[in-house]
Write a protein that binds this ligand. Structure first.
Ligand SMILES: Nc1ncnc2c1ncn2[C@@H]1O[C@H](COP(=O)(O)OP(=O)(O)OP(=O)(O)O)[C@@H](O)[C@H]1O
Ligand SMILES: [Mg+2]
Length: 448
């Protein structure tokens, strides 16, 4: 078989025909390695198969870990590849231990492969997490060991912790390098897809927050999940970035306790529970993510700026949208914000990309600017257009229902929501209408 030599960067995958000391693409030093690739196509004898709906039905395992099932689109699909990424120490191993334990409880053969922790460490973790039953753990970094274990027994689920620590000893590259990750993941996926073994690869993330290794890894798998959260706070979010078996906008919320992760079924209470009697600069927003509405708090402060160019900073809300919103507010309300810094924060670390949050952000900015209280039981939703109009958004009924459940008594929203009763809806045509509800003489928001 004819062979060809190419050079490729281990860090970014850049290919070149000659060796270089520094990769021209990513700038890394001493990462260009020589590879020999087979030129001829390998022989394969696969033939097309006629498929009807009844022949190959989709099979899922419902874990009854509600938030995990929700994010996966109704449980683990048999034979699927899942990549789970997250910051160091965020709780990836803890989550996967809970999954394995549940799988074993349900009577499915499951294997946990760890290349990062010793058997003793894993055993004391299992004890701390108070997990029922016993399950097989393989501590290895070698791809061959995993392939052998998978060939010997038909597991329903295999978890590899982590894909960066697993390597093929026949390749000269270091574990964690692009070529190793590519090789290890593609071999594991190929073998486990054949035997319809579902598999979860735990992946490290880079300091930029992306899963370390080649982008190709994310293309190879069926589902990419990110486990996120502030390590100082007790809750974590599981989010699907890609899912071939379900929606990608579902968010699973967990509470991190010493004894493990607990699904949070009513996250609204969780996100607004810390809210005390805030005087100004805060408003509530019913956010719809996936199939579930969650009420979030949007905060803003607008102090006098000490700079010639005032600062605008936003956490959880798109900064470009904030620039536009400030421009619209200045034009429509005639309120100069040019000498004010504007800081916006969606509490709880949620990142909201829905334009429906615009009205709540505007309300918080206005509330801070005028130092008025928007009310503890008041919520806001609606997209704000460039001419200041409040535009209709999707899922308005679901949002109102969640507001009602939380005891919110009035909601400022776009026109066209026909709802009498609780919560009272106050339809707004433009952002000026919102401003007119601000009572000049009082420190509260008027209803009429
Ligand atoms: N003995 C302990 N008591 C209480 N909490 C603990 C204990 N050990 C770990 N934790 C909690 O579990 C978290 C670590 O979880 P875990 O090891 O599952 O994270 P990980 O994402 O797998 O980390 P890594 O990237 O290092 O593999 C810690 O941040 C801590 O909050
Ligand atoms: Mg871990």
């Amino acid at each position: 078989m004819a062979k060809k030599t190419v050079f490729a960067c281990e860090a970014c995958g850049y290919e070149t025909l000659k060796w270089m000391g520094r990769c021209p693409k990513c700038g890394a030093w001493d990462t260009i390695r020589e590879f020999r690739i087979e030129k001829d196509m390998p022989q394969s004898h696969e033939a097309p198969v006629l498929v009807s709906d009844e022949d190959l039905p989709e099979e899922r395992i419902v874990l009854a870990i509600e938030e995990m099932d929700r994010v996966l689109g109704g449980g683990i699909t048999c034979g699927s590849s899942i990549l789970l990424g997250g910051d160091p120490g965020i709780g990836k191993t803890t989550l996967c231990f809970a999954i394995v334990s549940r799988m074993v409880e349900l009577g499915y053969d499951t294997l946990y492969v760890s290349g990062e922790e010793s058997l003793r460490q894993l055993s004391s973790r299992k004890k701390r997490l108070n997990l029922a039953g016993s399950f097989p753990i393989l501590t290895t970094n070698h791809l061959e060991d995993i392939l052998r274990a998978v060939a010997e027994k038909n597991y329903k689920l295999v978890i590899v912790d982590s894909i960066q620590s697993t390597y093929n000893s026949r390749l000269p590259m270091l574990p964690g390098s692009v070529s190793q990750i590519k090789d290890v993941s593609s071999r594991l996926i190929m073998e486990m897809k054949k035997s319809e073994t579902a598999h979860i690869f735990i992946g490290h993330v880079t300091k930029e927050g992306a899963i370390a290794g080649p982008k190709i890894l994310e293309h190879l798998v069926d589902t990419v999940l990110y486990f996120e959260g502030d390590k100082m706070l007790p809750y974590r979010m599981l989010r699907a970035i890609k899912n071939r078996f379900g929606p990608v906008d579902e968010v699973g919320i967990f509470q991190m306790r010493r004894e493990g992760l607990i699904s949070v079924e009513n996250p609204s209470e969780f996100f607004v529970s810390e809210r005390g009697d805030i005087a100004s600069g805060s408003s509530l927003f019913p956010y719809v993510t996936g199939s579930r509405p969650i009420v979030l708090e949007v905060q803003a402060i607008t102090p006098k700026s000490a700079f010639s160019m005032p600062k605008r900073l936003s956490l959880g809300y798109d900064l470009n949208r904030l620039f536009i919103l400030i421009a619209v507010m200045e034009k429509m309300l005639g309120k100069p914000l040019f000498d004010r810094d504007v800081y916006v924060n969606v509490t709880g670390g949620m990142k909201v990309s829905e334009p429906a949050i615009d009205l709540a952000v505007a309300a918080s900015i206005l509330s801070s600017y005028r130092d008025i209280n928007m009310g503890k039981h008041t919520a806001f939703f609606g997209e704000i257009g460039l001419t200041g109009e409040i535009r209709k958004i999707v899922n308005m009924e679901a949002r109102l229902k969640e507001c009602e459940r939380l005891g919110i008594t009035r909601v400022f929203c776009p026109r066209g929501v026909e709802k009498i009763g609780s919560p009272e809806t106050i339809p707004l045509k433009t952002i000026r209408d919102l401003y007119e509800h601000v009572d000049e003489g009082s420190d509260h928001l008027r209803t009429r």
